[in-house]
Design a protein around this ligand. Structure first.
Ligand SMILES: [Ca+2]
Ligand SMILES: [Ca+2]
Length: 180
């Protein structure tokens, strides 16, 4: 079985070579630029942008980069994300280590791609302890916060129903969010 797979792989490589299809090395370079917001506001200087994915070498070159101008990267003399990897790969874009859901194609070597706007929320309603996971720990934490327990200050995610008040309703809402 193993030998058969090796034979097939060898045949595939041979076909690729003979057909003249370029086999891209993984050390191509591609530049990505665009806009980035956090909670709908231009992301501040110091925000970290990174690109990862299969076929993308990370970290490398200028990946990640840190914003030197609020809200954009790769404009007016600021650094674009300079990604190393294989052409045809899909680059997944992250802001401060949080996956944005925005991807772009690793196009031609030394080419430029404008990414869709990146936007993240600095917190998730109901993620009371701020670890970006909704689970039972958040229910325990919101109960402690609402009870006014020492050492459990209000957190941005504690306002689970987003009415700008942290109270017993947020316990119920957190339970609902964790259950779904
Ligand atoms: Ca959490
Ligand atoms: Ca609330």
């Amino acid at each position: 079985m193993k030998r058969k797979i090796i034979s097939i792989l060898f045949a595939l490589v041979l076909v690729l070579l003979l057909s003249g299809t370029p086999v891209y090395a993984s050390d191509s370079r591609h530049f990505v630029y665009g806009y980035v917001t956090i909670d709908g506001e231009p992301a501040p200087v110091g925000t970290v942008i990174s690109g990862k994915g299969d076929g993308v070498t990370y970290p490398s070159l200028e990946n990640p980069i840190t914003l030197t101008v609020a809200g954009s990267y790769g404009y007016s003399g600021t650094k674009a994300l300079h990604v190393k990897g294989a052409e045809g790969s899909i680059i997944h874009l992250y802001v401060n280590g949080i996956e944005t859901g925005v991807t772009c194609l690793f196009g031609s070597n030394w080419g430029y791609t404008k990414a869709d706007d990146l936007n993240i929320s600095s917190f998730i309603p109901g993620d009371v302890n701020g670890d970006r996971v909704l689970n039972a720990t958040d229910i325990i934490e919101i109960e402690l916060i609402v009870a006014g327990a020492a050492g459990h200050p209000e957190t941005p995610g504690a306002d689970a129903n987003e009415d700008e008040v942290v109270n017993a309703i947020d316990i119920t809402k957190t339970e609902l969010l964790v259950a779904t």
